[in-house]
Design a protein around this ligand. Sequence first.
Ligand code: ARG
Length: 487
Amino acid sequence: MKLISRYTMMLLALVVLLTTVAPVASATGTTGNSGSKKLVLGTSADFAPYEFHKVIDGKDQIVGFDISIAKEIAADLGAELVIEDMGFDGLLPALQSGRVDMVISGMTPTDERRQSIDFSDTYYKSKQVIMIRNADKDKYPTMADLENEKIGVQKGSIQETIGQGIPGAKLTALDKISDIVLQLQTNRVNAAIVEDTVAAGYLDDVIGLAPAVPDEEQAEAAIGIRKGNTELLNAVNGTLERLKSENKINQMVTEASQLMADKVKKDQNIFQVFWQYKSFYATGVGFTLLLSALGVIFGVIIGLIICLLRLHDVSILRWIGTAYVEVIRGTPMLVQLMIIYYGLALTFGITFSPLQAGIITLSINSGAYLAEIFRAGIQGVDRGQLEAARSLGMGRGAAMRFIVLPQAFKAVLPAIGNEFVTIIKESSIISVIGMVDIMYQASVVKNITYQGMNPFLIAAAIYFVLTFILSKLLGRLERKLGASDRR
Ligand code: ARG
């Protein structure tokens, strides 16, 4: 038992260390210093030159002309700009639930969107184009040639709506533009609908533009504000007016396009990719460990409680314990995460940061599995042990603590270890809400390098090293506990 508490202490120390060392930020890109008023910007940073990730001075930053505009707005308000990067179709809910204050993401103020949020004056115009592989250049002279074709679009964008209007088109709707380009490069789709300014960043010897034009009309971009927040709306329009009169927006577009044009080398090998982006992965490892460690600790606590409920004499408590296990085990963790992160915020106004939502989801989820493991352990201890202890005059509690639980713990240690390894791997799911863990960072590196394989191979290697170290440590603990049997 002494040994166990030493390990618990070590784990706790690790958690304390991680919580203090790792910055508890959500997504990337906090600028300025703390203390002052904050202006939270929601954006989908996959849309060069509007907003995109770029390594500057060895650090991952979100840049683009939308970001420049956001900085001007924040400066005019005397506020500190905080950037939340997320999937494009997550932006409206994020704004409505108060997670972000404004959305600048090359967003077109459509009538449909106007029903749920307000828009500033427009600040930019663009045209829709069709990207194809250069090899297919002559295949799509008109829109009619795209009928029944496999087409990639961004989820929740006006391009998706345009695609839905093409008869028979088989749409692949994805979160990030870079994923759509990847699909095009790998022949999974044969065309993609995007805006001309954005397409410019992807054109090379493989990817080109089709002569077909999806929409003659130009689409405009405006800034999204929560309905009724007229104060911010007026401030935003004020800044836009100033920028337009100073001809600043054109200048920002030019600068952003230049940043976008100096492309990264595509031919780096896996070691070069790792070395150049090691700081990305290091941040990811910090958050993955933090998530998993806290998930394990709270998971164990929840697991113990649920296990006690399941073994209780009072049938209603037993029932609650069983219901918890069945419901949590019977639903996907991704769904649980969405409910905790978006559901609670939109329905009850309970807004968790990605880190909080991640820890809660992991704990709730692993709690169910751990409860079952604990129960199996306790029930696996021969009844005679408890009876013998009781007949020697031990109370029920003491008999549990000194006789049953130590044996149970030893028996299920391998299963517990398994669950810890699972938690480390499953924590990668939390990346979908913008938690900057290993998985998230791998996607960022993928978006920057346009490489599909190396960034994820690196992530796989890191996860493997982490879980391997953990199983070795657990193996040692198991052997130490086993030693007492052989005495
Ligand atoms: N203008 C289009 C729309 O409003 C696409 C915008 C996509 N923006 C982005 N950051 N990915 O639907």
